[in-house]
Design a protein around this ligand. Structure first.
Ligand SMILES: Nc1ncnc2c1ncn2[C@@H]1O[C@H](COP(=O)(O)OP(=O)(O)O)[C@@H](O)[C@H]1O
Ligand SMILES: Nc1ccn([C@@H]2O[C@H](COP(=O)(O)OP(=O)(O)O)[C@@H](O)[C@H]2O)c(=O)n1
Length: 221
């Protein structure tokens, strides 16, 4: 299968990253986590005013997506990384103290437009890519081979996040209900002809991956 593009949207801790990684590994895709860019801007906002981030984003921030080999070849060919003004900030963007900044960035429409331009320049470089976020089907990859909306009950998502970050005391455990943007996005995806909605509440990650691969075969055939 060549020219595979996939979008995955859904609320916090629904399993987007897990599914994207599985698909990237299975199919040898680049993996763009758009949330990483939002988190990087939240970090950058500690150092630069938002006006500068908006107008100079393309030169201030370099986001390299992860690139996977096909499963039999194995492993990650290039790990994801983010450089801000040349400094590698990949490990610095997860701290819960950045939650307020993250909210400001994600609600700033001008910032969202600049972030989208940055992501469009990234996806143009890859023939085979999976992108993950909150609005990627609608904004970034409207012509993807398959659009996945992944969901799970809030209590389950909260429990998963708590388990995931058990050994990372400085990370945010905030898991809210699906936001208005999530629901608007879900409805837009439901209206797309090549869309697949997966509820992972009672489905372990390998089952979700199998469902996504089956969906891809159906729509990309
Ligand atoms: N289908 C699933 N069933 C159980 N746990 C899962 C499932 N998918 C992901 N997880 C776990 O839930 C946590 C959050 O998943 P993650 O992929 O980081 O979510 P997101 O990217 O949507 O925030 C991780 O610890 C992951 O291993
Ligand atoms: N395409 C995107 C990606 C992330 N975001 C915001 O950035 C935050 C961090 O992204 P993330 O992918 O790490 O988020 P979670 O799924 O872990 O909540 C999200 O909670 C959203 O507020 C967004 O608004 N649009």
């Amino acid at each position: 299968m060549s020219g595979v593009t996939l979008s995955i949207d859904g609320p916090t801790a629904s399993g987007k990253t897990t599914l994207a990684t599985g698909l990237a590994e299975e199919l040898g895709l680049a993996f763009l986590d758009t949330g990483v860019t939002f988190r990087s801007l939240a970090y950058a906002l500690e150092h630069e005013p938002v006006e500068k981030l908006r107008t100079e984003l393309g030169s201030l921030l370099v986001h390299q997506p992860e690139i996977h080999h096909r499963r039999r070849g194995g492993g990650i060919r290039q790990p994801h990384s983010v450089l801000f003004k040349g400094e590698d900030i990949t490990q610095k963007i997860w701290h819960s103290s950045l939650d307020g900044n993250l909210k400001s960035i994600s609600q700033d429409q001008a910032c969202r437009r600049e972030i989208l331009l940055l992501h469009q320049r990234i996806v143009e470089k890859y023939e085979n890519i999976v992108a993950v976020g909150r609005d990627v089907a609608v904004t970034l990859l409207p012509r993807a081979s398959l659009h996945i909306y992944l969901t799970a009950d809030q209590a389950i998502r909260r429990e998963r996040r708590r388990a995931q970050y058990r050994d990372f005391g400085d990370r945010s455990l905030a898991v809210g209900p699906a936001t208005a943007r999530d629901l608007e996005n879900r409805d837009a995806i439901r209206a797309m002809p090549n869309a697949l909605e997966i509820d992972s509440t009672y489905s372990p990650a390998p089952v979700v991956l199998t469902a996504a691969l089956r969906g891809l075969r159906r729509y990309a055939a």
